[in-house]
Write a protein that binds this ligand. Sequence first.
Ligand code: PLP
Length: 388
Amino acid sequence: MMDKTKLNFASKAIHVGQEPDEKTGSVIVPLYQTSTYAQKSPGEHLGYEYSRTDNPTRHAYEKCLASLEKAQYCASFASGMAAIHCIVESLNKNVRIVCSDDVYGGTFRLFDKVFSKHGLYFDYLDFSNLSQVEDFFKQHTVDVCWIETPSNPMLKLIDIKSLSQICQDNGVKLVVDNTFASPFIQNPLIQGADMVVHSTTKYIGGHSDVVGGAIMCNDEEWFKKIKFLQNSIGAVPSAFDCWLSLRGLKTLALRMQKHCQNAVEIADFLSSHAKVKQVIYPGLEDHPNHYLVGQQMQGYAGGMLSVNLDLSLEQTKAFLRHLNLFILAESLGGVESLIEHPAIMTHASLPAEKRRALGISDAFVRISVGIEDINDLKQDLEQALSKV
Ligand code: PLP
């Protein structure tokens, strides 16, 4: 039989783990909405015992996700935070994790308010200067390095290949949160990372109708710990969430291409607007890490952009209220365009001085560019900006 994991990305997303059902011919992986499975005699079963441990719909979804991230193993979770929690839980006590300084606010909160109480140490560094990171590794005993690229919301890019070399040389494991790029744009394991984590709530689900998370890796021993914890802690996704996410995956390639194409146009449009101070988008040539778009992102700069408006806080809020198509909401990666105000919304859990140091001002907005018609999106931004 053909090895479908060798297919190209768009074909894998539609076929891996998704053979037509042997009993019925169902083309779509059935929704196995069951908590338990009949056994012929004690211990004699068909591979499934209880749905916290495993479920056929979840299994199909994890198989497909693993192939898209070019990983051998995948475990899915009830949320991105549950996946992140599981990775940290799988580490020993007293480990030191060095983290990029503008990680997602919820990740910072979990590290700072929950795990730091349990004998783990966290340091936050600016990874745009890798020699500084290397110096830090030489001066401290570091166990794990945790990054997001593109980062949230400053959209800084980190050179995964160079960093993974530095990590290997210093005995440090590298974890990459690949939520913003999606596996269509970037495969960190191929660049040398040890583990990848996703909030599948975003591009992977793609339709803003499911919250989920996933971990992928090639390290058998580490994965055994992850599977043990996935079952022991039990923060697993429901069969229906897996079914929805698997359906979302089928169009990931198409969606990502359109997200990126629309984002390039919006970045160009806003860059020349009189009420805009600065557009931060990795696809723009003035972005300090622009070269990495070609090097590690296959030429796709992603669907996220951040904007510093030339407006006061009140004017910025009014602009957000005047938008008709861009929905004012947290989250990202869905087919619809979303806009948000990090200082008040997603990054409110960061201390104010940290937000300021990162450049998150009162006139700073983050946009998740959807796949609507580009002219409608531009028109909506223009009309809202013209009213403030
Ligand atoms: N990682 C990143 C980069 C995120 O943006 C988010 C959520 O926004 C998470 C992790 C957490 O994922 P979830 O909201 O699915 O728990």
